[in-house]
Design a protein around this ligand. Structure first.
Ligand code: SGN
Ligand code: CA
Length: 546
């Protein structure tokens, strides 16, 4: 299962006659070819729910098209597994401590700083952002934007336009976002540069799908209802030896973490949870006809559910199935829309000169460790899906199939800049992926990566931590307390994993004599990365000891 997690993932099927490796496409004249970028990013979509990575649960034929025609990154990671921070890393090419947006709870992105969209503008590109922004401050560096407020709404959503006005539109958000993206590209195709060439563009299409609380498009309410999803191997993990994991609040079994109404839609008018009002507000956006369809579906399930009086493991498994089904439905509408976008690019000829990128702002737990949500540096949420399709008329050889080098979301900014022929400023911490996309394997490519998560105290109660993960499958994590935290609340624990022997990260081997040599190596590597990226955390922690 879950090939993204393992080095030995199955290679993608190659297109007939192409073979593995490089494909030389018809060379274009070297002059003036400017490549567009269509960057599609979902929210909380994870590789376990994308069939080109993992066929266990669902099929995503349109997302798979990108990988089949292009490349699949099988070692793709984020720097901080949370929406705002991940987005800030992506548009700056820098780790959180450098771009300043470390957490959703208190973060306000400093829009006056250097960003990749601004640098793309300077390189002559039109820049456009459609959908989720989540960085609180007004977007900068976009010629056009139309965003959703905060997390946005699935049904009849509200939009914020560039004049600061808001308006509500009828429909399901994922479909409306595609319409807006296509409308903008249609206008963009008319734009010419001074020398009569088509003006290049970069489009950021940022989905809400498939963020909590997984409200499906009404036409797909009945999809996946006959499917029983297999339980993950460690669904009933008890988190032995992992203190931060024991203290999280993102457990499917807990009815306060995963609520009966908002999360799994078994709404009972006689029972309130801390999310009942949020739930009723979300579904209250539907008109009466839509609401009747919605209620007819979930109410009958809820009545049946109540009659069964489930408890314990049976209840946990029921909640898991409801969560999986709704999540899968939300992905289905998104996958349809990817198909619509790819068809549009093909039909208009834009595929010839457009790089298509698909990724998510982070991975997600689909029941692994008994969880939903993300945040932890464990594989499911450290990973993020990443597939790309180069312009079909790219003027150099391009890679096909799997790319195994370790890549991180700070790498996207330098990649797009290099593709645009623009200089990559020295303070960008990511590395351009263009050589990999051109089928090269630079010898000095990163052999380890750095991660730092900050949002605590906060919802889901995941402790602050940083760590290193190596390309050869070792991981070292330090969970550390906040300044001034009560001793009874503090977690100050190191964890270490051998992913080759323990891919599900169930056995914390930190401090075990048998692994002393590896531990030393990882500690050294961590110090090296903190120095390289200039993260002041170690000196901050030391200052507290004094
Ligand atoms: C909301 C969700 C959380 C989720 C965060 C961050 N709660 O607060 O479950 O972890 O967003 O998600 S909810 O009650 O509002 O649904 S992120 O992807 O935007 O970082
Ligand atoms: Ca997210």
């Amino acid at each position: 299962m879950f090939s993204l997690l393992h080095k030995a993932s199955a290679p993608l099927p190659q297109r007939e006659g192409l073979g593995v490796g490089l494909l030389l496409l018809a060379a274009l004249p070297a002059t003036a070819q400017r490549w567009n970028v269509v960057y599609i990013m979902t929210d909380d979509h994870t590789a376990q729910m994308m069939s080109c990575y993992d066929k266990t649960n669902i099929q995503t034929p349109n997302l798979d098209r990108i990988a089949n025609d292009g490349v699949r990154f099988v070692n793709s990671y984020v720097a901080n597994s949370l929406s705002g921070p991940s987005r800030a890393c992506m548009i700056t090419g820098k780790h959180s401590h450098k771009n300043g947006f470390t957490n959703n709870e208190h973060g306000v992105f400093d829009g006056s700083q250097q960003t990749m969209p601004k640098l793309m503008q300077q390189a002559g590109y039109s820049t456009c952002l459609i959908g989720k922004w989540h960085l609180v401050s007004t977007p900068t560096g976009f010629d056009h934007y139309e965003i959703i407020p905060g997390q946005g709404d699935y049904y009849n959503p509200t939009f914020i336009t560039m004049d600061g006005q808001t308006h509500k539109e009828q429909g399901y958000l994922t479909n409306i976002l595609t319409d807006k993206a296509i409308d903008w590209m249609n206008q963009q195709r008319q734009q010419k540069t001074a020398d009569g060439q088509q003006k290049p563009f970069i489009l950021f299409l940022h989905e809400k799908a498939c963020h909590r609380d997984w409200l499906p498009e009404l036409k797909y309410l009945h999809e996946y209802e006959d499917v029983t999803f297999p339980l993950p191997h460690n669904f009933n993990d008890t988190w032995e030896g992992r203190e931060a994991a024991q203290r999280q609040e993102m457990s499917i079994a807990s009815n306060t973490d995963m609520t009966m109404d908002y999360d799994i839609k078994m709404y009972d008018p006689n029972v309130r949870t801390h999310l009942t009002d949020t739930y009723l507000n979300f579904i209250g956006r539907m008109d009466s006809q839509e609401r009747a369809i919605y209620d007819a579906f979930y109410d009958s399930l809820a009545v049946d559910f109540r009659s069964r009086h489930l408890t314990g493991l049976a209840l946990k498994e029921f909640k898991y199935q409801r969560f999986m089904r709704d999540y899968a439905k939300v992905v289905k509408t998104f996958d349809d829309n990817v198909g619509r976008l790819l068809d549009y690019l093909d039909e208009t000829g834009l595929s010839e000169n457009t790089l298509v990128v698909y990724t998510s702002d982070q991975g997600f737990y689909m029941g692994e460790h008994g969880w939903f949500d993300k945040r932890f540096m464990y594989e499911e949420s450290l990973n993020t899906p990443l597939v790309m399709r180069m312009p079909t008329k790219y003027n150099k050889p391009v890679a096909h199939g799997d790319i195994t080098e370790m890549v991180q979301n700070i790498d996207y900014a330098p990649t797009f800049l290099e593709l645009a022929g623009a200089p990559v400023p020295a303070d960008i911490q990511g590395v351009s992926l263009l050589p990999l996309l051109e089928g090269k394997h630079p010898k000095d490519w990163r052999k380890s990566l750095y991660y730092h998560y900050y949002e605590y105290p906060a919802e889901h109660s995941v402790r602050r931590h940083y760590g290193v993960r190596t390309a050869d499958g070792w991981k070292l994590i330090h969970f550390y307390p906040c300044a001034g935290e009560r001793p009874s609340q503090q977690v100050d624990q190191w964890e270490m994993y051998d992913l080759n022997a323990d891919p599900h990260e169930m056995h914390n081997i930190y401090g075990q004599p048998a692994y002393a040599k590896q531990q030393k190596r990882l500690q050294k590597e961590l110090v090296k990365l903190q120095k390289q990226y200039d993260d002041p955390i170690e000196s901050e922690l030391q200052a507290r000891q004094k």
